[in-house]
Design a protein around this ligand. Structure first.
Ligand code: ADP
Ligand code: MG
Length: 392
C-alpha cells in the first residue's frame, strides 16, 4: 500500500524524524491560510499524488507569498499530474501540502527496503540526493552505500560510522544522521513497511538534517496487524479497473496492450500473457480471478477488463480443477447477461467437464469464439484484436 507524502511525514514525526512545518489543503482558501499561518519567506506547494518525480513534472513549486501559494494552488488543484512514474493519464491532484521552504545546503538520499535477492533489509544512502536513484544506480553505483540491517541487532555502531562517512558528514551532523537512521529502521520494522525513502534528506544552512520528501510503502500482507494505518488508504487515484479489482479483492494489473485476459491462477495468468506475446499480440492486463470463477467473479472480471478502452478482444482461459468447467461456462453466459461486452470473447476451458462446457458455449446465443488449446486460443484472440484495429 502506498501512502501520500503528508501522511508519511505524519508518521516521520511520530518517529522523531524531523520534517518541515506544513499542512494540507484541498481548496485555494485553505492553501492561502496555511501559507499565512506558516508566515515564512519561502513557501512550498506540493501535489499529493501516489507517484514520485513530481518536482520535474511541475508538482512542487517554491514561492514567496501567500498570494502566490493561492495562485499555484488554483493551477494545481483538479489537474492531472503526469510524471515519469504515473503513465500517460497522470494522477488527479486533490490535495496539496503547503510547507515552509527550507534553505538547502546539501541533499542526500536515504532509504530502507527489502532486498529480495539478498534476503535482507538494507539501508541505502547516497550523496546524490534529490535525483532519480535508479539513474544514480546505473551511472555511478559507487555513490550508493548499502548496509544490511539485521532485525535482531538493528544498526550497529560500525555501520553507523560507515554510513556517516559515506555521506561525508561532520561529527555533529553524523550524530543527527545516526538518530534519523535508527528511527527510520524502527518505523520500517514496527509498521511492516516494504519501503521507506527520504529523497532528499537535506542539510540546512543552520546545519540541521530534515526530511524534505517522504515515501512509505507498506507490505499489504501485514496490514491486518496495523488497523491504525487503515486511515491512510486512498484508492481514489487508482484507475477505474484497479479500484473495482481492489473492492472485489482480485489481483489486477493494467498493462498497455489490447488483449484483455481473464484467468484463474497467477501462474496460468503469466503463461497466458506469455503466449499472447508469442503469437504477436500484447496483453492489456494481468487478472487472476481466483480458483472459484463464479458468475459474480466472472462478471466483475468483465467489468474490470472493459473499463480499459484499449481492450479490443478478451481471452478467458480457465482451468477447471477445483471448479467444474460447465459451471464456469454457465457463469460466463450468466455474467454476459449483466455486463455489456461489445468485443470478441475467446474462451478456452480445460479440465473437468470441458466438453460439456464447450457445447454450452457453442449453443448459447452469445457469439463466443471457443478455442481448444492454449495456442489456438492465443492465436484466435490476437487475430480478433488485430481485426478490430488495435495495435499489436
Ligand atoms: P519529488 O521527489 O516527487 O520530485 P520532492 O518532495 O522530492 O518531490 O521535491 C522535489 C524537490 O523540491 C526536492 O528535491 C527539493 O529540492 C525541493 N523541495 C521540496 N520540498 C521543499 C521544501 N520544503 N523546501 C525547499 N525545497 C523543497
Ligand atoms: Mg523526492
Amino acid at each position: 500500500m502506498k501512502i501520500h507524502e503528508y501522511q508519511a511525514k505524519e508518521l516521520f514525526q511520530k518517529y522523531h524524524i524531523p520534517v518541515p512545518r506544513g499542512d494540507i489543503a484541498k481548496t485555494v482558501e485553505k492553501a492561502r491560510s496555511v501559507a499565512e499561518w506558516l508566515g515564512t519567506d519561502t513557501l512550498v506547494v506540493k501535489a499529493q499524488v501516489h507517484a514520485g518525480g513530481r518536482g520535474q513534472a511541475g508538482g512542487v513549486k517554491i514561492v514567496h507569498s501567500a498570494d502566490e501559494v493561492a495562485d499555484i494552488s488554483r493551477d494545481l488543484l483538479g489537474k492531472s499530474l503526469i510524471t515519469h512514474q504515473t503513465g500517460g493519464g497522470g494522477k488527479k491532484i486533490k490535495t496539496l501540502l503547503v510547507e515552509e521552504g527550507i534553505q538547502i545546503r546539501k541533499e542526500f538520499y536515504v532509504s530502507m527496503i527489502t532486498d529480495r535477492s539478498a534476503g535482507k533489509n538494507i539501508l541505502m544512502v547516497s550523496t546524490e540526493g534529490g535525483m532519480d536513484i535508479e539513474k544514480v544506480a546505473q551511472e555511478s553505483p559507487e555513490k550508493i552505500h548499502i548496509e544490511p540491517i539485521h532485525p535482531a541487532t538493528g544498526l550497529l555502531p560500525f555501520q553507523k560510522r560507515r554510513l556517516v562517512a559515506a555521506l561525508k558528514l561532520s561529527r555533529q551532523e553524523g550524530d543527527m544522521a545516526g538518530r534519523i537512521f535508527e528511527n527510520l529502521i524502527r518505523l520500517y520494522t514496527e509498521l511492516d513497511a516494504s519501503l521507506v525513502e527520504i529523497n532528499p534528506l537535506v542539510l540546512t544552512d543552520e546545519s540541521f538534517l530534515i526530511a524534505l520528501d517522504a515515501k512509505i510503502n507498506f507490505d499489504e500482507n501485514a496490514l491486518y496487524r496495523h488497523p491504525e494505518l487503515e486511515i491512510y488508504k486512498d484508492t481514489s487515484d487508482l484507475e477505474e479497473g484497479e479500484q473495482m479489482a481492489e473492492e472485489a479483492g482480485l489481483s489486477y494489473i493494467p498493462l498497455t496492450g489490447n488483449v484483455g485476459c481473464m484467468v484463474n491462477g497467477a501462474g496460468l495468468a503469466m503463461a497466458t500473457m506469455d503466449i499472447i506475446k508469442y503469437y504477436g499480440g500484447s496483453p492489456a492486463n494481468f487478472l487472476d480471478i481466483g480458483g472459484g470463477a463464479s458468475a459474480e467473479t466472472v462478471a466483475k472480471g468483465f467489468q474490470i477488463i472493459v473499463s480499459d478502452p484499449g481492450v479490443k478482444a478478451i481471452l478467458i482461459n480457465i482451468f477447471g480443477g477445483i471448479v467444474r468447467c460447465d459451471r464456469v461456462a454457465r457463469g460466463i453466459i450468466e455474467a454476459l447477461n449483466t455486463v455489456d461486452v461489445h468485443i470478441p470473447v475467446v474462451v478456452r476451458l480445460k479440465g473437468t467437464n470441458a466438453e460439456e462446457a464447450a457445447t454450452l458455449l457453442r449453443e448459447s446465443p452469445l457469439s463466443f469464439i471457443v478455442a481448444d488449446t492454449l495456442a489456438d486460443a492465443a492465436q484466435k484472440v490476437v487475430q480478433a484484436a488485430q481485426e478490430r484495429g488495435g495495435k499489436a
